[in-house]
Design a protein around this ligand. Structure first.
Ligand code: AHM
Ligand code: MG
Length: 334
């Protein structure tokens, strides 16, 4: 079978947009380059002095890992060098990073990302990921502004994630389906391996941190009970699978069918995951794959965004499973 690389695929897809000047394609290429560098470091992490914490606490109040910093720096450097992006927002930076280089003059996009999602797992060799969102800027010229990022998910131009797992994969959408590319380390290229991904309409996997059970909303508690009941007709009980690495949990459920839930808890009354660079990009992808993403009541992509690091509860996955849990959330509204 003829292999199609990410670069070839992007160029071919550009023909779907006759007025495109190739800027978005180049932006995706830049993200692919940073992903390869992060892949290289993640894969030898046990051999070099890059595991463990830096001793700093990030804007989210979480311990910063050395690999978080490395991945963050790689993505920022690749996006700055590429010249297609006028501002960056990252989970690791409190404020946006405006870009004002000669090559970025006229850049039309802003990129928000979580450089290393699930990084608490990195020291124990569990899959981690990078999640990214791309928006068209609202400001007219100069470096990008905070307002450029405060756009609902419905305005996303492209989104994707990279999973550094048993193999490294890059999945992305520009609103015309989802395609997945596996890194072939022998040639150093992402190659199309999962064209036009569709998630199963129903599934038999539920993923959430059950340790927080006491603090879940009643609707979630009742839904979990439903997942655990015996019922041949609906293939229950479902399997519980939770890695604690959001990209990995999402990726498995996308391909196999399932639901990932991070609800509000008493500890995180607004939810834990961030709208701009975690929930919106995953929501865009799941919708493009035929799935659903809500905060338990409303569509994630419609949620107005007022803060860079805004959090939201997340219910995402196979459409029938998301609809089912939403029935429970309506029935038990507390
Ligand atoms: P991070 O971006 O700081 O890594 O946090 C996000 C992660 C997700 O990858 C994962 O789904 C979730 O947090 C796990 O949280 P918890 O340990 O509370 O279950
Ligand atoms: Mg994260």
């Amino acid at each position: 079978m003829q292999t199609q690389t990410l670069g070839q695929f992007i160029i071919e897809k550009q023909k779907d947009f006759p007025y495109s000047k190739g800027e978005l394609s180049r932006l995706l290429r830049d993200i692919g380059i940073a992903a390869k560098i992060v892949h290289r470091e993640v894969n030898k992490a046990g051999l070099v002095e890059i595991l463990g914490e830096t001793g700093d606490i990030n804007v989210q109040g979480e311990a910063v890992k050395k690999l978080d910093v490395f991945a963050n720096n790689q993505f920022i450097a690749a996006l700055k060098a590429g010249g297609e992006c006028c501002a960056i927002a990252s989970e690791e930076n409190e404020d946006i990073i405006p870009i004002d280089t000669v090559s970025s003059k006229g850049a039309r996009y802003v990129v928000a990302f979580d450089p290393l999602d699930g990084s608490s797992n990195i020291d124990v060799n569990v899959s981690v990921g990078t999640i990214f969102s791309i928006y068209r800027r609202l400001s007219l010229s100069g470096p990008g502004t905070l307002e450029d990022f405060l756009q609902p998910g419905t305005e996303l131009v492209a989104a994707g994630y990279v999973i550094y797992g048993s193999s490294t994969m890059l999945m992305y959408t520009t609103g015309k389906g989802v395609n997945g590319f596996t890194l072939d380390p022998s040639i150093g290229e992402f190659c199309l391996s999962h064209p036009n991904i569709k998630t199963p309409s129903d599934g038999a996997i539920y993923s959430l941190n059950e340790g927080n059970h006491l603090h879940f909303p009643e609707g979630v508690k009742k839904y979990i009970k439903y997942c655990q009941e015996e019922d041949k007709a609906t293939n229950r009980p479902y399997s519980s699978r939770y890695i604690g690495s959001g990209v990995a949990d999402f990726h498995r459920n996308l391909l196999k069918g399932g639901i990932f839930i991070y609800p509000t808890t008493t500890k995180s009354p607004k939810g834990k995951l961030r709208l701009l660079y975690e929930c919106n990009p995953l929501a865009f992808i799941i919708e493009q794959a035929g799935g659903k993403a809500t905060d338990g009541r409303k569509r994630i992509l419609d949620i107005p965004i007022t803060e860079l690091h805004q959090r939201t509860p997340l219910f995402i996955g196979s459409p029938e499973m998301v609809e089912k849990v939403m029935e429970f959330m309506v029935k038990y509204p507390v």
